[in-house]
Design a protein around this ligand. Structure first.
Ligand code: NAG
Ligand code: NAG
Ligand code: NAG
Ligand code: NAG
Ligand code: NAG
Ligand code: NAG
Ligand code: NAG
Ligand code: NAG
Ligand code: NAG
Length: 868
């Protein structure tokens, strides 16, 4: 049997060399080729693709049912350019062996930048090199595998072109050199990337790339530096992503038995294509639920402003004040999407005549994913750009009501996004070249010097202020640290930690307050080192963390091994948790793999035990105050441990309630936070939100869903009223679907924890007993959750809570109703969306922990500051 098959291959190979036409007529399998073979590109037969007719000259063919692959010469219909390529096609059972290939799509090519013509030769040489030569003998491409004991060429079942040795080991494979497409089963590993073509008819390398880095999946446009238009959210150690049936990393799409492949198209959209019976058609545009049509770098060409009109981008050039000379001209009147050019080209030798052209209400696609200056004044931002010739534009985004903001400097200006509707306040300053005009020049100099001067004064002022604060607090803190450090873990020196982490080389991720790095102690134990960045708040968080977690041990709390406090450096050393944080496992957006029901149950149980310990079993009662999936870490066996005690608060055991500043992460905040008088039940509430997120496999706020499903708690309430709770069980997990009844039962625990009246919520020890099956969930549950943790809704109960608490200091509605309140609300909304922790003190200064800065403040003299 083996012999006859083998002979068939030989026969077919001979035919392939002598008469390609007869092969075209019969796409039976001939997937292997031996050494010392060559194939000449001759005139071949016509075949269809999505982009029109092409010619195909097959060399190897592989596959039975479902997706099949063919490798060979692939040419324009007029034969002017040809590639050595691999194509995907689908055969239907009835035209199995006798009909020729009618429709196929390119998924790999060897020489996309150097097409060959008729008469070119592909050779598999005697010493194992696969080379492509032009008709005149010039070398176009080679695998450089000569002398590496190659014994043959194999087009595999998955469309991988492999040079193998006598042990069938891979010496070279096309999967290691992807072009713009991935086929099912193919892996894109760290360091590899897909690069789009120039256009559907120009196969050369275009400007967009999709790459996998150590930490995330990124899409960017080539520039210096590259500008990113998509980054997967906070992924830890991705390193590789496989295109699977129905998924690509965090992206999900329809499972299909038909052939599928993914392609980074010339317009920068990564799309899945699927066989539809007679041709390949687009099945899904992967980023469509994540970014808008205007968020692709060249959607409108350079310098053009994109306005999305329902689904269609509309492009216009930035316009000067009416009547004034225009700085920009449209590249083509007929095709506005080709962009705009600067009327007078920028010249670095005449940089004195550079000026900035202001375009208001703008957003830029790379704003959220590129490094920008965090805390800059508008003038400083503009000046930095004006003074550096490689800067072509500055985009400045205000912090609310503040004169400081984020400053993004661009070396190349791609499409701008019109941002009329949204309430972010960013302005673009595009560098243009002025005609000779002394007056304007003088004015510009005066303005910019003035700006620089003011900037300098401001910076000195800030520095002075911070320096004084530092000197004041330093001694107090040092003394304190000596005290706490006696009781606990190791105190490391900064140099030690630098060595342990290999100079902070391997970043595990970023969290509240700073970055986390992997390290290895001398005894081989892996650790995680958190480097706290910033000033002020960081100290507070550092102390909170050392103070709480430093002195307690529990299997469900992450262990603090040591810390470092040297000069301004603050670092915390924890045990290493190999499976990262819970959010990586439950939300489909960044899910590594789906957790089974039993694992999820165990995680809920672990967290409950950890919290019960904090609340009831320590010398002092510890309120965590920032329970959320990001702060729940998983070890190699998926044991869950609570981490990040940067917001935590210690209170005496006999004290049941405490007055403190509002802190935590929007979305997980209990309604009673608005009174600022809280109990351990706020942790119970946050726990309830997390449980619900675990069960439903989604975030409490998910903007990719339709309006009525965006807020998980509203949805939960509605489904509970309709008695349809089965609907909201994690739809992406088969295992969860199998255990739907138990999952819905667990939802009652969540509902109990989410009771708006905190006195009705169970304590964590009661939750543990319920989970152990020793107690039942309260029968009298109120599903009328106070849905939105935004301040305006939660303010309402303050008045009648007052009586219970006695000497409280509730927020005064009058204070909260002015314009400052609007800003305040926007602030909270913003924090909710990007899910970052906030802290709001009694003088209504809200501080975003992750940014480490006070965003705004409204002072009220009739309230005393109760900040701790
Ligand atoms: C191709 O290789 C196979 C396996 O090594 C061998 O049996 C066969 O004889 C070779 N065919 C030719 C034409 O060299
Ligand atoms: C290509 O498609 C056209 C119509 O779209 C059809 O008429 C033609 O027969 C197809 N060619 C092949 C080789 O299938
Ligand atoms: C051959 O076809 C390609 C793509 O269809 C086209 O771009 C090119 O101009 C054609 N060349 C000639 C000489 O017709
Ligand atoms: C060729 O690839 C297929 C997988 O598609 C594999 O089963 C087969 O063993 C390979 N043949 C050789 C000779 O390496
Ligand atoms: C798609 O099918 C594969 C197996 O063929 C399965 O593992 C996967 O869970 C399915 N995905 C979806 C979203 O149904
Ligand atoms: C993909 O998954 C679907 C459903 O799970 C299945 O029917 C189909 O055969 C799978 N396709 C491939 C190519 O494996
Ligand atoms: C592809 O096939 C679908 C139906 O299978 C058909 O409606 C469509 O017109 C085809 N497209 C092309 C470009 O042939
Ligand atoms: C000018 O800007 C470029 C790109 O942002 C930067 O690499 C370079 O260091 C800057 N030059 C100066 C003198 O600041
Ligand atoms: C928006 O930005 C512009 C210029 O950057 C500034 O003048 C204006 O005050 C800002 N508006 C708000 C509400 O911050």
């Amino acid at each position: 049997m083996g012999h006859s098959l083998c002979c068939a291959f030989i026969l077919l190979l001979t035919l392939a060399i002598s008469s390609p036409h007869s092969i075209n007529a019969q796409p039976v399998e001939y997937p292997l080729a031996n050494l010392s073979n060559s194939w000449i590109n001759t005139a071949s037969t016509i075949m269809n693709t999505t982009h029109g007719s092409v010619r195909l000259n097959p060399i190897l063919v592989r596959g039975r049912l479902g997706p099949r692959f063919v490798s060979g010469f692939y040419c324009y219909e007029n034969n002017t350019a040809c590639l050595f390529a691999v194509l995907i096609f689908q055969n239907s059972p009835d035209l199995d062996t006798t009909s020729r290939i009618q429709f196929a799509e390119l998924v790999w090519s060897a020489n996309r930048n150097n097409p060959v013509t008729i008469g070119a030769t592909l050779k598999l040489t005697q010493d194992g090199d696969l080379i492509l030569e032009e008709a005149n003998g010039g070398l176009v491409w080679s695998t450089n595998t000569g002398g590496k004991s190659v014994s043959g060429l194999n087009l595999t079942e998955t469309g991988n072109l492999v040079l193998f040795d006598k042990n069938n080991a891979v010496v070279w494979q096309s999967f290691d050199h992807p072009t713009d497409s991935l086929v099912p089963g193919q892996i894109l590993a760290s360091g590899q990337k897909l690069t789009s073509g120039v256009s559907s008819t120009n196969w050369g390398q275009g400007q967009y790339s999709l790459a996998v880095t150590d930490a995330e999946l990124v899409l960017y446009i080539e520039s210096n530096p590259p500008q990113f238009y998509f980054k997967s959210e906070n992924e830890l150690s991705i390193r590789k992503i496989q295109l699977k049936n129905g998924s690509f990393g965090e992206f999900r799409f329809r499972n299909s038995s038909a052939a599928q492949f993914m392609k980074l198209d010339p317009d920068g959209h990564p799309r899945i294509y699927e066989w539809g019976g007679s041709n390949f058609t687009e099945a899904v545009d992967l980023l469509s639920t994540y970014i808008g049509v205007c968020a692709y770098p060249m959607v409108c060409g350079k310098y053009s402003i994109c306005t999305s009109n329902s689904q269609w981008p509309q492009c216009t050039c930035p316009e000067g004040a009416s009547g004034k000379t225009s700085y920009f001209t449209q590249e083509s009147d007929r095709h506005p999407n080709l962009g705009c050019s600067i009327t007078t080209p920028l010249s670095c030798s005449h940089s004195k005549r550079h000026s900035l052209f202001e375009v208001k209400k703008i957003n830029y696609f790379s704003f959220s994913s590129s490094p920008y200056n965090d805390e800059t004044s508008l003038e400083h931002c503009k000046n930095t750009c004006l003074m550096n010739c490689s800067c072509k534009a500055a985009i400045f985004r205000n912090h609310w009501g503040s004169s400081m903001g984020n400053c993004l400097l661009l070396t190349e200006v791609f499409s701008l996004m019109n941002n009329d509707q949204e309430n972010t306040n960013a302005t673009a300053f595009l560098k243009v070249q002025m005609q000779k005009s002394l007056d304007k020049r003088t004015i510009a100099i005066v303005i910019s010097s003035l700006g620089a001067f003011l900037g300098a004064v401001l910076i000195i002022g800030i520095w002075f202020f911070l320096y004084r604060k530092k000197v004041e607090s330093k001694e107090v803190e040092e003394g304190y640290l000596d005290q706490v450090s006696a009781g606990i873990s190791t105190r490391f020196s900064y140099e030690d930690l630098k060595a342990i982490t290999g100079n902070f080389n391997h970043k595990l991720g970023e969290g509240g307050f700073g970055s986390v790095f992997e390290g290895t102690l001398s005894n081989g134990t892996k650790i995680a080192v958190k480097h706290l960045d910033g000033v002020g708040l960081v100290k507070k968080s550092f102390l909170a963390e050392v103070e709480t977690i430093g002195s307690i041990h529990h299997v469900s709390l992450v262990r603090l091994i040591g810390f470092c406090a040297e000069k301004s450096q603050r670092l915390l050393v924890y045990e290493y948790m190999s499976n990262s944080s819970l959010n990586k496992w439950i939300f489909p957006r960044n899910r590594v793999a789906s957790l089974k029901w039993q694992s999820r149950r165990k995680i809920i149980f672990d967290v409950a035990k950890g919290l019960a310990y904090l609340h009831e079993e320590c010398r002092q009662k510890i309120l965590h105050l920032d329970i959320k999936p990001q702060n729940i870490l998983l070890d190699e066996n998926f044991n869950a441990k609570v981490s990040d005690f940067g917001m935590s608060k210690l209170i005496d055991k006999d004290q049941s309630q405490v007055v403190t500043t509002l802190r935590g992460t929007p979305g997980y905040l209990a309604p009673e936070w608005l009174s600022s008088i809280i109990t351990d039940k706020v942790d119970v509430y946050s726990f309830g939100v997390v449980v619900l997120e675990i069960l439903c496999g989604r975030k409490n706020l998910d903007r990719s869903r339709p309006e009525e499903e965006m807020h998980l708690l509203s949805l939960f309430k509605r489904k509970a009223e309709e008695n349809q709770l089965l609907d909201i069980v994690d739809e992406f997990s088969d295992d969860m679907q199998l255990h739907r009844v138990e999952v819905v039962d667990m939802m009652r625990v969540a509902a109990w924890c989410l009771q708006s009246d905190f006195t009705k919520r169970p304590s964590m020890s009661v939750v543990v007993k319920v989970l152990e099956g020793l107690l039942d969930v309260d029968n009298n549950l109120d599903y009328n959750f106070m849905i939105n943790p935004q301040i305006q809704k939660a303010i309402v109960p303050v008045d009648h809570k007052e009586d219970d608490i006695g000497a409280s200091t509730p927020l005064l509605p009058s204070v909260l109703s002015g314009p400052s309140f609007t800003i305040f609300t926007q602030l909270i909304t913003y924090a909710t969306e990007i899910s970052i922790p906030i802290l709001i003190s009694k003088d209504y200064t809200a501080e975003f922990y992750d940014l480490g800065i006070a965003m705004f403040g409204v002072k009220s003299s009739n309230l005393s500051s109760l900040d701790d």
